[in-house]
Design a protein around this ligand. Structure first.
Ligand SMILES: *[C@@H]1O[C@H](CO)[C@@H](O)[C@H](O)[C@H]1NC(C)=O
Ligand SMILES: *[C@@H]1O[C@H](CO)[C@@H](O)[C@H](O)[C@H]1NC(C)=O
Ligand SMILES: *[C@@H]1O[C@H](CO)[C@@H](O)[C@H](O)[C@H]1NC(C)=O
Ligand SMILES: *[C@@H]1O[C@H](CO)[C@@H](O)[C@H](O)[C@H]1NC(C)=O
Ligand SMILES: *[C@@H]1O[C@H](CO)[C@@H](O)[C@H](O)[C@H]1NC(C)=O
Length: 460
């Protein structure tokens, strides 16, 4: 195959792409006019996520997207498989990007490697922990034509492309704070306890409720997650259960019974669930272990023991570790594959409600209950900087986010702030909310969603 490939390279280049049987997508994606659909999914991630984004918008594009991810069409060179694409064609650049998003990479570009026209996937700020990766899935190392060597290392987490210009696109008033969760098709789901409990599906472009329906139980704490097959996980804390829904029909597929009071959920790339716990209203149950469960049958895989109060957020770090924050004033770093605590960082007398990893400076941002954001160096676990500006506590529904340019997005009052993390300066403050913001999240198209007790705002 390779010899054939090389021999045909000249012909290939002269002729464009037609001779290559590795580019079935070129036909299937242009004939059915899927190019526009792909534009709407540029921030998808994971093959299943990207496939479901594309086919939910335009079902006819299923051939196009399955051709893009067809492993049999990759070209093998020196034992490594490459997606073939031509950098002179912006359409192929786009397909390469979608291919890379499917591999949990930020983006990709068509380039030359040993004169082969390949798609090279990268993560924008590809700075990983100095202490190596634990489970590199993709070990491809490429010499690019500029002779710089780029190590392509798989991240444990992938996220939509986050950039916030700060212009308000939409603001809607509603009653009763709710946790809004972005679905892969761009809608938002919320569970609102106002005038009777309802699940509501919001059109995030128009700011209207598309449909609403009764919950199975009245006890969701609005903790949602998405599995790689596109199924939605919904918690029912008082029942100590998760229900897994089919998002095409909003019907229950199956449920998982737990023993935890669920305070937060983090879905790992392999679909395992990492569950943080809280104590509902008594001091008798004092179990705050992080519990890792199989998302198919709920069986416990690991128990991470250490926290002594409510856990608020759990994130994956690029080196494969987990980090969690809690009212017990600690951030804990875990090697969850081994089930061990790597490090405990204590911020005396301050509960920590939200955390984010800042790849550009290899720090974690910690949101404290006095509004201060502490920047923790993850090499030596020392606090190198504090960001002062928010007047209330940094809230606990994912209220800190790293942006792709290295900036930090935060809230801890009615404003949203963007910080330069390299020098600690405040770059901008977004004001529109009248009430304190209680949640920040992103839509698949990269728009920011901010929610207060009475307002839902969408920003580009
Ligand atoms: C990497 O982390 C391990 C503990 O997880 C430690 O023993 C080792 O010294 C670290 N290596 C470097 C280079 O920091
Ligand atoms: C949920 O609460 C509403 C009223 O608040 C009630 O009508 C409904 O029966 C409850 N559903 C369940 C499953 O308890
Ligand atoms: C749950 O599923 C996992 C993976 O499919 C399997 O390894 C495990 O044995 C199952 N556990 C139970 C209790 O069925
Ligand atoms: C908030 O608490 C932290 C940790 O105790 C402290 O370093 C910081 O100065 C406090 N911020 C304010 C504004 O007092
Ligand atoms: C941690 O590392 C940073 C950056 O290298 C350095 O400025 C700081 O002094 C170190 N802190 C400690 C306690 O070693």
């Amino acid at each position: 195959m390779l010899v054939f490939f090389i021999l045909n390279l000249g012909l290939y280049l002269a002729n464009g792409f037609d001779l290559m049987n590795s580019k079935y997508w070129l036909t299937s994606c242009s004939l059915t006019g899927c190019s526009i659909t792909l534009n709407a999914c540029l921030n998808c991630f994971g093959e299943r996520g990207c496939t479901s984004c594309v086919t939910s918008i335009r079902p006819e594009c299923d051939q196009c997207i399955s051709d893009i991810y067809n492993k049999n069409d990759l070209e093998t060179y020196e034992g490594v498989q490459y997606f073939i694409c031509d950098s002179l064609d912006s359409f192929q650049e786009k397909i390469c990007h979608i291919y890379c998003r499917g591999q949990y990479k930020q983006t990709g570009k068509c380039t030359r490697y040993q004169n082969l026209p390949i798609c090279q996937c990268t993560n924008d700020n590809n700075q990983l922990f100095s202490n190596s990766t634990i489970n590199p899935v993709d070990h491809t190392t490429l010499e690019t034509s500029t002779t710089t060597t780029t190590s392509l290392t798989t991240r444990t987490t992938a996220k939509p492309i986050y950039n916030v210009q700060g212009s308000l696109k939409l603001k809607v008033s509603y009653m009763g704070f709710s946790k809004f969760f972005a679905l892969p098709n761009g809608d938002l789901i919320s569970f609102r306890e106002h005038l009777g409990t309802k699940f509501e599906i919001w059109d995030s472009q128009k700011g209207i409720i598309k449909r609403s329906f009764d919950p199975i139980y009245n006890s969701s704490r609005n903790i949602f997650g998405i599995l790689s097959n596109g199924d939605l996980i919904v918690d029912y804390s008082e029942q100590k259960a998760f229900i897994i829904w089919d998002l095409n029909t909003y019907t229950e597929k199956y449920r998982i019974q737990t023993t935890e009071f669920i305070s937060c959920l983090h879905v790992l790339k392999n679909d395992d669930l990492v569950i943080g716990q809280y104590t509902p209203n008594s001091w008798t149950n004092k179990n705050f272990d992080l519990v890792i469960r199989d998302s198919q049958n709920g069986s416990i895989k690991k128990r991470l023991i250490g926290h002594t109060l409510n856990v608020y957020e759990i994130i994956s770090l690029p080196n494969g570790y987990l980090a969690s924050c809690s009212d017990d004033s600690t951030v804990r770093i875990w090697d969850h594959s081994k089930g061990i605590l790597i490090k405990t960082v204590t911020i005396y007398y301050r509960a920590i409600r939200s955390i984010a990893y800042l790849e550009n400076i290899n720090h974690m941002a910690l949101g404290l209950t006095n509004g201060t954001i502490a920047l923790l160096n993850v090499n030596n676990y020392s606090i190198t900087r504090s960001l002062y500006g928010h007047l209330e506590q940094v809230c606990w529904y994912t209220c800190l986010h790293a942006l792709d340019n290295g900036d930090l997005l935060s809230t801890g009052d009615s404003s949203i702030k963007i910080w330069n993390t390299k020098d600690g300066s405040l770059k901008s403050t977004l004001r529109s909310h009248q009430y304190s913001v209680g949640l920040l999240t992103f839509l698949p198209n990269g728009n920011l969603v901010s929610v207060s007790m009475a307002e839902l705002a969408i920003w580009s």
